[in-house]
Design a protein. Structure first.
Length: 218
């Protein structure tokens, strides 16, 4: 008859197998840290371009009204290029760290579970992107940064049922920051840096400590 320790080990193994079949658990905490660093680098470049300091109120509508330009780039070209580079850097690091973790766990990356995760993540993100384009077209630039936080938070909550449940708390935090930003216009870039930068780093570090460092031998 199996001892209590053996029975407990078997139950833990069964739990892991069930978790792997229902949730994408290869998402690496280090990818969150890297995404946060990418966002903070992007925010730093944006501060320099705008010529402002952190937590210095800035009316985003002035970009549209005055056709703001610096470093030989108009604001549309600058922010479009910056957003692309930050996204590229964050996605590249996420793919690298997540793939590395999946290989270490002997798991595949692209399967039906991954597709469901991405679909549920993409729907709110795509909706938010279209919503922000509408805000931009109407000159409501100050509402864009808070809106990105809100829709990103909704996408994380929507996708949380297919990955680590902890990501839900990150989503809730992003939404709270975004809602706060709707009422303190002029500090959108600061809240964006906190939400996409600082919170990602904190979340990633906690997830690494909770799920990955404990798996490392020694």
């Amino acid at each position: 008859m199996a001892s209590k320790e053996e029975q407990l080990a078997q139950l833990q193994e069964i739990r892991k197998l069930m978790e792997r079949s229902s949730r994408f658990i290869s998402l690496s905490g280090l990818s969150g840290v890297a995404a946060g660093i990418s966002a903070l680098l992007g925010a730093t470049v944006a501060y320099l371009y705008l010529g402002i300091r952190p937590f210095q109120s800035f009316a985003g509508e002035l970009l549209v009204q005055e056709g703001f330009s610096n470093w030989g780039l108009g604001y549309l070209s600058f922010f479009g290029l910056l957003a692309f580079l930050v996204l590229l850097l964050a996605l590249s690091s996420a793919i690298f760290f997540t793939t590395r973790k999946a290989k270490a766990q002997g798991q595949g990356i692209w399967d039906a579970l991954t597709k469901r995760l991405l679909i549920n993540l993409f729907i709110p993100l795509a909706s938010g992107g279209i919503f922000c384009l509408a805000l931009w077209s109407y000159g409501l630039v100050g509402l864009i940064a808070p809106s990105t936080l809100i829709f990103y938070g909704l996408s994380l909550i929507n996708a949380s049922k297919y990955t680590l449940a902890d990501i839900r708390y990150l989503g809730i935090s992003e939404i709270i920051l975004g809602l706060l930003g709707l009422f303190i216009l002029g500090y959108g870039l600061d809240l964006w840096a906190i939400g996409f930068g600082v919170l990602h780093i904190i979340y990633g570090a906690l997830m690494y400590r909770k799920y990955e460092r404990s798996e490392t031998p020694g």
